[in-house]
Design a protein around this ligand. Structure first.
Ligand SMILES: Nc1ncnc2c1ncn2[C@@H]1O[C@H](COP(=O)(O)OP(=O)(O)OP(=O)(O)O)[C@@H](O)[C@H]1O
Length: 232
């Protein structure tokens, strides 16, 4: 058994069922796992096996049917929507397949948003935005709008936005799904190297074998369950 004190994320017997008309869909069944600070963990498995459901539960974007989640040893299973918003502002960054940048804002303004939402202002915001944009090699595009960037560049900006508030945990759901293989490999290498510099953990949901290969370990999922774990 792993020492709970070392765990950034602890998931215990987590299950999620959805009602679809008269039937109950069991999306996640009895999942237990722990993630340590700084670890890069990938989840792979066939479509519909519950990967996004698991990530959404850990990020508070959905609620479990049963089981428990703790982040930094804080029980968050029954956190309210407001508490989850605060937790995400403090501790969690999320990267989606579809980038979700705000088209009317510049790259710099998009990346600054999580800091502004926390009430931060002034030179410290500009400095931090510059630091993370440089880390994803997008500092020269600070004044561009998302529509002027390639998909890979937009995803690099989305990663900068996800780490700007120094989260302990970054959740990424199919972040290379809209990219060609070269851009995808670039994004995966950022997920590999950024934790070494910024110290966060990464949980990555992917269909890509090569993306999963970059992780410290890979959980294979099937029918809502974790079936085995491969360490690299
Ligand atoms: N909001 C919902 N309402 C009903 N069923 C849902 C809902 N969200 C997910 N499901 C079902 O739960 C199961 C797991 O879905 P999930 O999206 O977690 O799988 P996945 O492994 O991420 O799939 P993919 O690789 O295709 O994204 C699927 O059968 C899906 O149809």
């Amino acid at each position: 058994m792993q020492d709970p004190a070392n765990m950034l994320v602890q998931v215990q017997n987590l299950s999620k069922a959805y009602r679809r008309g008269q039937t109950i869909v069991s999306a996640l069944q009895d999942v237990t796992l722990g993630v340590k600070a700084g670890e890069f963990c990938a989840f792979v498995g066939p479509s519909g096996c519950g990967k996004s459901t698991l990530l959404n539960l850990i990020g508070g974007l959905d609620r479990p049917t049963s089981g428990a989640i703790a982040i930094e040893n804080r029980p968050v299973t029954h956190a309210s929507a407001t508490e989850w918003t605060r937790l995400r502002r403090e501790l969690i960054g999320i990267v989606f397949q579809a980038f979700h940048l705000i088209p009317g804002l510049t790259v710099g303004e998009n990346v600054a948003l999580p800091l502004l939402l926390r009430g931060e202002r002034g030179a410290a915001v500009a400095e931090r935005v510059n630091e993370v944009l440089a880390a994803v090699r997008m500092d020269r595009r600070r004044s561009h709008r998302p529509g002027e960037l390639s998909g890979g560049e937009q995803q690099r900006v989305a990663i900068a936005r996800a780490i700007v508030h120094r989260p302990r945990l970054v959740l990424a759901d199919e972040p290379t799904g809209n990219l060609d293989s070269k851009q995808g490999a670039d994004i995966v290498s950022l997920f590999r190297t950024l934790p070494q510099r910024f110290g966060h953990s990464v949980l990555l949901v992917t269909h890509s074998e090569s993306a999963a290969d970059a992780a410290d370990y890979v959980w294979h999922m099937r029918d809502g369950r974790l079936v085995n774990c491969v360490r690299h």
